[in-house]
Design a protein around this ligand. Structure first.
Ligand SMILES: *[C@@H]1O[C@H](CO)[C@@H](O)[C@H](O)[C@H]1NC(C)=O
Ligand SMILES: *[C@@H]1O[C@H](CO)[C@@H](O)[C@H](O)[C@H]1NC(C)=O
Ligand SMILES: *[C@@H]1O[C@H](CO)[C@@H](O)[C@H](O)[C@H]1NC(C)=O
Ligand SMILES: *[C@@H]1O[C@H](CO)[C@@H](O)[C@H](O)[C@H]1NC(C)=O
Length: 221
């Protein structure tokens, strides 16, 4: 028993010291460097398209297709940005940037979730919602993105959109409200329909009453 305990202690301390050594050697930052949706090209493309088009469906915008011209533009911009400045390229396309998210889907969701701050009653650009409005911009038809690992800051994602969104004066037509948040197809329509039926019903009732009074009045004369 005692021997066994001693043996356990030895194994445990050996394991601890070896794991300590491993940690010291790799000094691995908590970044998902092997995350497949970043590291495998086909997984990256499908994750971006799936998440982008999930949002676009919700905001009544057609699905985007992958555009390799845009992908190449984003990728070469990332290559030229040797210090990971995390700044816009100044290129001719709509452009969304994200850094440090756990996977490609989470990067797009960070843009989509800006919707919470968007004022549909006062459509326009703001720094806080510009990624969202580009993401669901109805006239945009294609997207292409690149990514690279920026050390401890994680994966830097750059997406280019064409035709570009966030065009001044067009937000009202281009950024539709969330189809689900409008109460869902059926209930959204039934509100006005119920109101219209109620108006027609009360008009009919009113007419019937008038006709009845007129009829009785005439009959009395
Ligand atoms: C597709 O995108 C949506 C929205 O980001 C996400 O909730 C869902 O998990 C994604 N599906 C796959 C298979 O990645
Ligand atoms: C969706 O968009 C189309 C045109 O892009 C428009 O005609 C239609 O009214 C929109 N639907 C809703 C529910 O807003
Ligand atoms: C991809 O983007 C380029 C750059 O704007 C554009 O010229 C081209 O027509 C796009 N490709 C498709 C298939 O839409
Ligand atoms: C992506 O990352 C988010 C946030 O960490 C996580 O909730 C989600 O499960 C991840 N999705 C996939 C497909 O790994």
């Amino acid at each position: 028993m005692k021997l066994l305990f001693l043996l356990n202690t030895l194994i445990l301390s050996a394991a601890l010291s070896s794991s300590t050594v491993i940690v010291t050697i790799t000094a691995a930052p908590a970044i998902p460097s092997n995350e497949p949706s970043f590291s495998i090209p086909s997984s990256f493309t499908s994750a971006i398209l799936n998440s982008t088009n999930t949002y676009r469906r919700q905001y009544n915008a057609s699905s985007l297709s992958w555009n390799t011209t845009l992908e190449k533009f984003a990728t070469s911009y990332l290559q030229s940005d040797t210090t990971c400045r995390f700044a816009h390229s100044g290129g001719p396309y709509g452009e969304n940037l994200a850094i440090g998210y756990a996977n490609a889907t989470a990067s797009v969701e960070a843009w989509g979730n800006e919707e919470e701050k968007y004022n549909f009653n006062d459509p326009g650009f703001s720094e806080e919602t510009g990624h969202f409005t580009q993401l669901v911009w109805k006239t945009t038809t294609t997207v292409g993105c690149g990514r690279k690992l920026c050390g401890t800051r994680g994966w830097f994602v750059v997406c280019e959109y064409w035709p570009r969104g966030n065009v001044g004066g067009e937000y009202g037509e281009e950024v539709d409200r969330n189809i689900d948040e409008r109460g869902g197809g059926g209930t959204r329509l039934s509100g006005p329909v119920v109101a219209a039926v109620a108006v027609v019903a009360s008009l009919v009732q009113c007419c019937v009453v008038i006709v009845v009074f007129w009829w009785f009045g005439k009959a009395k004369l």
